[in-house]
Design a binder for this molecule. Structure first.
Ligand code: NAP
Ligand code: GLV
Length: 312
C-alpha cells in the first residue's frame, strides 16, 4: 500500500471533509490532518488561509504553504514566514468570474437606480427616470491582476468606459490601463465607479483615506472587494456624509466579521457584504492545489508561486 501523503489543514473545519473528498479523488493517498493530530508532524505541506502566528514556524517539517484563497496577506501579515518555505496561492478563473458578477451587480444596482425604483415600488408609484447610458460612465478597476483584469474586461464589455490601475504597466484590450502615482490620481478623478481589488501590502494599507476620497470624482461610488485594511473607514463615512462621494459597497471591512453596532452597518450610503464576492470552491481549485502539493513536496516551484518579497 502507498504511504499516505499527510497535508496539514488549518482552515474552516466544516469544509475539511469536502477538501479531503475532492482532493482524495485526484490524489488517493492524501490524508488531511489538523494541528492536534498525532500525524501533524508528518506533514510537509500546509493548506490554510489565515493561520495563527506560530503555526507555520512551529512545524519544522513543512516545505511549503498553500493559501486557500487568492490573497496571501493572512498568511504573511504579522506572521513569521520562514524564508525557505514555498508559498502557493490560488489563481482560479472561477473566482475571477465570481468577482466580476459581484462587481457588476454592485455597479448595475447603482447605475440602474435600483434603490430608488424599489422605494417607488413600495409606494406603488409608477415613475420613470431618464435612463443612463453605460458609455457615459467610467469604471476604474484598481488592481489589474488575475481578478481585476477579468473584472475590468467584463465592465468594458458591458459598455462602460473602463480604466484601471496596477503597479506595473499593462496592456488589456478594452481597458485604458494606468500605473504609478499619476495613474492612481487620474483614476480617482475620472471614475464614476471606483472598484478596488488590490492585495494588502504595506503600500496599499490605508490607501483610501481622506486625501484619496477628496481626489475622487464628486458623486462617485466606491466599491471594495480587496481588503478592509486598505480603507480608513471613518474617512470613508465622512466622505459620504460630506457629499464628496455618493455611496460605498464593501465586501471587506477592517474587522471581520464586522462587529455589531459598527457605524458602517446602518449607514444609508453603505452596503455591506460579508466577504462573499469570490469564495473558494474546492471543486474548481482542486487541480491546482494537487499540483501545488506535488510541486512543493518535490522541491519544485508551484505554478502559482508567490513572490514573498513583493507581498502578493
Ligand atoms: P494579483 O493577481 O496578485 O493582482 C494584484 C493586482 O494589484 C496587480 O495588478 C498588481 O499590479 C496590483 N497591485 C499590487 N500592489 C499595487 C500597488 N502598490 N500599486 C498599484 N497596483 C498594485 O491578485 P488577485 O488574484 O487579482 O487578487 C487581488 C486581491 O483580491 C487579493 O489579494 C485579495 O486581497 C482580494 N480577494 C478578495 C476576495 C473576496 O472574496 N473579497 C476574493 C479573492 C481575492 P501588477 O500587475 O503590476 O503586479
Ligand atoms: C479571499 O478573500 C481570497 O483571498 O481569496
Amino acid at each position: 500500500m502507498q504511504e499516505p501523503i499527510h497535508v496539514l489543514y488549518y482552515n474552516d473545519a466544516g469544509r475539511m471533509d469536502q477538501w479531503q473528498k475532492t482532493l482524495g479523488r485526484m490524489l488517493p493517498s492524501l490524508k488531511l490532518v489538523t494541528a492536534d493530530s498525532p500525524d501533524a508532524d508528518k506533514a510537509d505541506v500546509l493548506m490554510t488561509w489565515n493561520p495563527p502566528n506560530g503555526l507555520i514556524a512551529d512545524h519544522h517539517n513543512l516545505k511549503g504553504v498553500i493559501s486557500l484563497g487568492q490573497g496571501v496577506d493572512h498568511v504573511l501579515k504579522g506572521k513569521t514566514f520562514p524564508p525557505h518555505l514555498k508559498l502557493a496561492r490560488l489563481v482560479d478563473p472561477f473566482m475571477a468570474d465570481s468577482m466580476a458578477e459581484w462587481v457588476l451587480l454592485a455597479i448595475l444596482e447603482k447605475h440602474r437606480e435600483r434603490d430608488a425604483y424599489r422605494d417607488l415600488e413600495k409606494r406603488q408609484e409608477w415613475v420613470q427616470f431618464e435612463q443612463r447610458l453605460a458609455g457615459d460612465y467610467c469604471v476604474a478597476v484598481m488592481g489589474l491582476g488575475a481578478i481585476g483584469s477579468v473584472v475590468a474586461q467584463k465592465a468594458a464589455m458591458m459598455g462602460f468606459r473602463t480604466i484601471g490601475w496596477s503597479r506595473t504597466a499593462k496592456t488589456l484590450s478594452g481597458v485604458d490601463a494606468r500605473h504609478g502615482d499619476d495613474g492612481f490620481i487620474a483614476c480617482l478623478g475620472e471614475a464614476d465607479y471606483l472598484v478596488s481589488i488590490l492585495p494588502l501590502t504595506p503600500e496599499t494599507t490605508d490607501l483610501y483615506d481622506a486625501g484619496t476620497f477628496a481626489r475622487m470624482k464628486p458623486g462617485a461610488v466606491f466599491i471594495n472587494s480587496g481588503r478592509g485594511l486598505q480603507v480608513v473607514e471613518d474617512d470613508l463615512i465622512a466622505a459620504i456624509d460630506n457629499g464628496m462621494i455618493s455611496a460605498a459597497v464593501l465586501d471587506v471591512t477592517r474587522t471581520e466579521p464586522l462587529p455589531g453596532g459598527h457605524p458602517l452597518w446602518d449607514h444609508p450610503g453603505v452596503t455591506i457584504w460579508p466577504h462573499v464576492s469570490a469564495q473558494t470552491s474546492e471543486i474548481s481549485a482542486a487541480p491546482q492545489v494537487v499540483e501545488a502539493i506535488k510541486a512543493i513536496r518535490a522541491g519544485r516551484e508551484p505554478e502559482n508561486n508567490v513572490d514573498i518579497s513583493r507581498g502578493y
